[in-house]
Structure formats: C-alpha cells, structure tokens
Design a protein around this ligand. Structure first.
Ligand code: FAD
Ligand code: UDP
Length: 391
C-alpha cells in the first residue's frame, strides 16, 4: 500500500489520528510502531494470573468531556469504575486525596472537628485546594494542618517521583491531587469514570481495524523514514513524502539528540504475584521517605477489573521512579515530561529545528512534551484533525 498519511506511534495520539484520517477523510494510513503491540503506554493484557495487567503502569479512564466519551464508545463497551486510593500517612492508612475523612482518621475527634469547621468556613464544602495554596493560608491552625499534609502526603512522594520538592516543580503537578474539603473519597471527581470492557488494548484493536490502515509493529520509524533538516523535507523509503506525518514519540530521539537529551522521569515496575488479595484499595500510595520505601505506590490490577471477574491469584505493580536516560539499562522509557521552564526551552529549541517542515506534526504526551492524561490527548487529536491542522 502506498500511504497518503504516515502516523508514528500506536498510542492514543497516533490511533485517533490514524482512525480519523482513514474513516473521516478516506485516506490510506500507514502506522509505524516500534513496540510489538498497539496501545502505547495504555497497552494491557491478561496475564498468567488471569489478571488484566497494564504493562506501563495503572491506567484509569476519567474525563469531563462528553465528546471524548462518545468518540471512544464507538470502539468499546465500558464497566463502571471509581478509583479510590489509600495512603500511608504518618503511620495510619487513610484516603488520598487528603479529605475530611483523612482528617478524622489523622487527629483526635476534638481537633478533627475544629479543623474541619475551619476549612469549611474558609473554603466551603466540596472545594479543592492545592497544597501549595493551603500552605499560603495565614490562619495558624490551617497553616499547621497544611504543613502536616505537605510533610506526610506531598514532600517525600514528590521527591521520590520527580527528584525535587513540590516547590521546585510546576504547582500544577501537585495540584492534580488537591486537598478535598469533602467526604467524597474518590481519586477523581470527573463526570465520566469507567473502564473499557475488553481493556484499553481492545479499544486500539477496534480503532485501527480498517482496510485503509496498515499497522507495522516492531518498526522503528527511523528505519524507513528520515527527516532532512537542511532541505526541510521528509523522506520515506528513500523518496520525498509530502503527505501528513504525525509523530507521537520523543522529538529528541527522532532527530538523534542533536541538542542533547530532553529530560523525562522514568519508572520501573516490580511485578509480583500473590495467592491472595494483597491490599485494601486498587492503589495504595507510600508518601513516606525514600529510606522507608523507595517506591511511590502499589497497584493491585485485579481491583481495577469488574467486580464479577476477580481472579483468585493477584498481580501487583510496585512503582519505582527513576531518572530517564535513553541508553540506560533501566529507566530508558520516557514516561513523564518535566514541567519546568528550562526543559520546555530545550523542547522549544527542538521545535525550532523542525520549523518549516510543514507536513510534520507533533502530537501526544512525548511529542508535545506535555503531562497529558489520556482524555486530553484524545481530545487534542480530535481537535487537531477537525480543525484541519493535520495536513
Ligand atoms: P504513548 O502512549 O507513549 O504512545 C507513543 C507511541 O509511539 C509508543 O507506542 C511508542 O512505542 C511509539 N513510538 C515512539 N517513537 C517511535 C518511533 N521512532 N518509531 C516507532 N514508534 C515510536 N492517563 C489517564 O488518563 N489516566 C491514568 O490513570 C493514567 N495513568 C498513567 C500512569 C502512568 C504511569 C503514566 C506514565 C501515564 C498515565 N496516564 C494516564 C497518561 C497516558 O499514559 C497518556 O496520556 C497516553 O498514553 C498518551 O498517549 P500518546 O499516544 O501521546 O503516547
Ligand atoms: N502526589 C503526592 N502524593 C500523593 C499523590 C500525588 O505528592 O500521595 C503528587 C506527586 O508530585 C505526583 C503528583 O501529585 O507526581 C500527581 O499525582 P498523580 O497521582 O496525578 O500522578 P500520576 O498518576 O500522573 O503519576
């Protein structure tokens, strides 16, 4: 097949682009994917315990976008799922995000009642307050509580995850898990929360099942496609390719690091089998100092599955954050772009290098160097396609 569009990467960014070009624009699309499977970091499969394991870390679907739900529902049925997280907080196990129940579990009744009343009066019920904002509160009692939460929920987890303190990173990162003045102990409060009936991989199989789409797995794009920065053109199998090329991987890697390696955080998963249910919640966080637990969280995958499909044996993933290096033995998968000015500047310098190659489009968490959730990247890919920007 002679492609009219080339998509590099079969994660959500690439799959939405390929599906739209094939179905809505009737174009012949070639998808190049270097891994042996579809789905990018969303890839999951049933493992030897009968558990749906998420190969690249736990993924939970949640969104406020009806457009995203309607779009994805063409490719999957869903089962209801609300994610709840417990955390080891100063010697007790209590809900995260830190909420009114967490206060009740953390302090004697009289003190807990007083703190709850103060918070409700100051912010109002059901309000969400990022920890750095709560710490700036001048009321001494609220301030003392904020310091407690900072110390026991955010400080060490963030240092393990990012190698930096919460003040040193973009406030939006810790703002993803705000203190919640509520008894709602769900990790997310989005309107739509559910999981795909046949896993995330099932969604990708259905999206890309189309005679106009050819998927080549185990294919590093650079083996057949070159970016000529001088002539500002893309070569595919030795010939100039003028159709749209949607790239969803890391731009420094595509160009072979002429401006050095972009910084990312990586992860290592210690996967363990246990004969019995391991923990009380699907995810348990360990915001404890690295000397106590070097990992950040443990997810028990069967607890993400439908209630009527609970296998007896269980698989857990213990998450160890790592510094990323593309040629390291461990930590060579770029999971998280780093939301800091100097990292964004280096990324921008990479974008400057490809400026003028008008048919090359960067789309996705790595390609855009943005801490996107899956719904955000689906929405972005739809919006880019619908607005005619992917030419
Ligand atoms: P990716 O999924 O990374 O896909 C990019 C693809 O491109 C990969 O398959 C890669 O192999 C391929 N590729 C790259 N370079 C090349 C090349 N040169 N040649 C060929 N192929 C190439 N989001 C949520 O909404 N909910 C969650 O609970 C959630 N949990 C997460 C947990 C973790 C640990 C992480 C890291 C992320 C989580 N996310 C979650 C975010 C979600 O994973 C991303 O938003 C989503 O995977 C981004 O899709 P993408 O297509 O941009 O990138
Ligand atoms: N965070 C924290 N303690 C927690 C949970 C989260 O300090 O118990 C901070 C940490 O900096 C983390 C960020 O909040 O990186 C975002 O958390 P989220 O669970 O959204 O991370 P992700 O699932 O994207 O890895």
């Amino acid at each position: 097949m002679k492609p009219e569009v080339i998509v590099i990467g079969a994660g959500f960014a690439g799959a939405v682009a390929a599906e739209r070009f094939a179905n809505a624009a009737s174009k012949r699309v070639l998808v190049l994917e270097k891994r042996a499977h579809l789905g990018g970091n969303m890839y999951d499969y049933i493992d030897e315990n009968g558990v749906r394991r998420h190969e690249y870390g736990p993924h939970i679907f949640h969104t406020n976008s009806k457009e995203v739900v309607d779009y994805l529902s063409q490719f999957t049925d869903w089962y209801p799922y609300q994610h709840r997280v417990l955390g080891h907080i100063n010697g007790i196990v209590a809900p995260i995000p830190f909420n009114l129940t967490t206060i009740e579990r953390s302090f004697p009744k009289e003190k807990a009642d007083r703190l709850k009343t103060l918070l409700i009066k100051e912010y109002g019920m059901e309000k969400k307050v990022p920890i750095l904002q709560l710490r700036a509160n001048a009321n001494p009692e609220i301030n003392e509580l904020a310091e407690y939460i900072y110390e026991h929920v955010f400080k060490y987890y963030t240092m393990k995850q990012w190698g930096q303190t919460p003040e040193e990173i973009d406030p939006a990162v810790t703002g993803r898990v705000p203190v919640h003045i509520s008894y709602d102990d769900r990790y997310f409060q989005d309107t739509y929360q559910m999981m795909p009936a046949h896993g995330f991989t099932g969604i990708f199989e259905n999206m890309l099942k189309n005679e106009k789409i050819e998927v080549r797995l185990n294919t590093e794009a650079k083996s057949c496609l070159q970016i000529d920065l001088d002539k500002k053109q893309i070569l595919f199998e030795g010939e100039v390719f003028e159709g749209p090329v949607i790239f969803t991987g890391a731009i420094d890697d595509l160009l072979d690091y002429p401006l050095g390696e972009l910084p990312y955080r990586s992860l290592e998963f210690d996967l363990q089998s246990h004969s019995q249910t391991y923990q009380e919640a699907a995810t348990v966080n360990y915001p404890t100092p690295a000397e106590q637990n070097a990992f950040t969280r443990i997810t028990e995958y069967k607890l993400l599955m439908p209630a009527d499909q609970q296998p007896e044996a269980t698989t857990i993933a213990v998450e160890y954050p790592l510094t990323y290096h593309h040629d390291a033995e461990k930590g060579n998968i770029p999971y998280y772009p780093i939301a800091q000015d100097e990292c964004r500047k280096q990324y921008q310098a990479y974008c400057d290098l490809i400026r003028g190659i008008d048919n090359l489009h960067l789309l996705g968490r790595l390609a855009e160097y943005q801490y996107y959730n899956m719904d955000a990247i689906v929405a972005k890919a739809l919006q880019m396609f619908n607005s005619g920007k992917l030419r």
